[in-house]
Design a binder for this molecule. Structure first.
Ligand code: AHG
Ligand code: MN
Ligand code: MN
Length: 319
């Protein structure tokens, strides 16, 4: 029950999780990550925009901010005392922490870091499994969350019973602002990633379908704000499809797609690689990428149908 004089919407993250009778270790883990984000915000606001002189496992130059954010989260995960293994988009290997830890965590410490220098929104993305295994299908996640560093800082979380949004207040505490976010069956906005001249015919047909039905294009180039828009408006689809020359698209399954797919499904939406459900993909490696169509169910199904049709047409021609 909320304290007298306090509506449920002023309760903070820790209290919310306690009232929901979430596992204590999981609560602790989520709150450590929430605490880490305060330091990441500070780094974004005041930190060095230069390069760190190192590269990640994708050969991408690491910005000082990526490295710093990675360190901040890692330290918190180690301190939590509940983490078995952790894996960051910025490091090449799974890092063992504590064999008795109850949870394992895959995370992208600062997604969209190249947008900081043009002052666009960025985020932290986190995927949580029970036990030590990080190379399993995303449907086995027990929780996922992202933190969006925009004009406001928000944290969007699911522990398997709906998706909830918390916003940081002036005391830097996250308080509940939206409970049980829901997606409509079809979209009025679309958010198309990748270069359109490299789209395959199925994706091209889908994008034309969105244009013809009068959907509005809303794309920032940052996965966290783009997905947040789809989720909060409840009527959108984000895609970063397979491209000519990049059959797996760009986004990473473990750090970006699985946690986002878990959140969107929890809100009644869907996430597909164009052929099958993202959360059913068995990761073959920590650096696995996949195409993604994520958002309102009917439009994700339509994208799959167009891709299937165009692929069977082209294989009929090839045959
Ligand atoms: P990261 O900064 O972690 O490497 O990922 C950025 C991602 C994501 O935020 C966005 O959806 C996508 O890259 C944009 O890709 P393009 O650079 O191809 O536009
Ligand atoms: Mn990323
Ligand atoms: Mn990143």
């Amino acid at each position: 029950m909320p304290e007298p004089g306090k509506t449920k919407f002023q309760i903070d993250l820790r209290r919310y999780l306690r009232e929901e009778e979430e596992d204590r270790d999981l609560t602790r883990l989520i709150c450590e990550i929430a605490d880490a984000s305060k330091y990441i915000i500070n780094a974004i606001r005041t930190g060095d925009l230069g390069v760190a002189g190192t590269s990640n496992l994708y050969g991408e130059e690491q910005l000082a901010l990526d490295v710093l954010s990675d360190r901040i989260i890692r330290k918190r995960l180690v301190n939590s005392g509940v983490v078995a293994n952790m894996l960051s988009e910025e490091t090449p290997d799974i890092i063992p922490v504590d064999p008795h830890g109850k949870y394992s965590v895959a995370f992208d410490p600062l997604d969209g870091s190249s947008l900081v220098d043009v002052n666009l929104a960025v985020g932290t993305i986190v995927s949580i499994y029970e036990g030590g295994d990080l190379l399993q299908p995303g449907r086995n996640q027990v929780a996922a969350l992202y933190i969006l560093y925009g004009p406001r800082t928000t944290l969007v979380l699911s522990t398997g019973s709906g998706v909830h949004e918390f916003a940081m207040n002036q005391l830097m505490e996250y308080t509940l602002v939206n409970e049980n976010l829901r997606m409509a069956p079809n979209c009025t906005i679309y958010s198309p990633g990748g270069q359109r001249n490299k789209y395959t015919p199925g994706t091209e047909k889908f994008v034309r379908y969105m244009e013809d039905k009068g959907a509005k294009l809303r794309y920032s180039g940052g996965l966290v704000p783009d997905i947040n828009q789809v989720l909060l408006k409840g009527k959108g689809i984000f895609l970063y499809p397979h491209l000519e020359g990049a059959p797996d698209g760009k986004l990473r399954l473990l750090f970006e797609l699985n946690p986002m797919a878990y959140l969107i499904e929890q809100a009644g939406g869907a996430a597909s690689n164009g052929r099958q459900r993202i959360l059913d993909l068995m990761p073959e490696g920590i650096d696995q990428r996949a195409p993604v169509f994520i958002g309102c169910q009917e439009d994700v199904a339509r994208a799959e149908a167009f891709i299937r049709e165009e692929e069977s047409l082209s294989s009929a021609f090839a045959g």
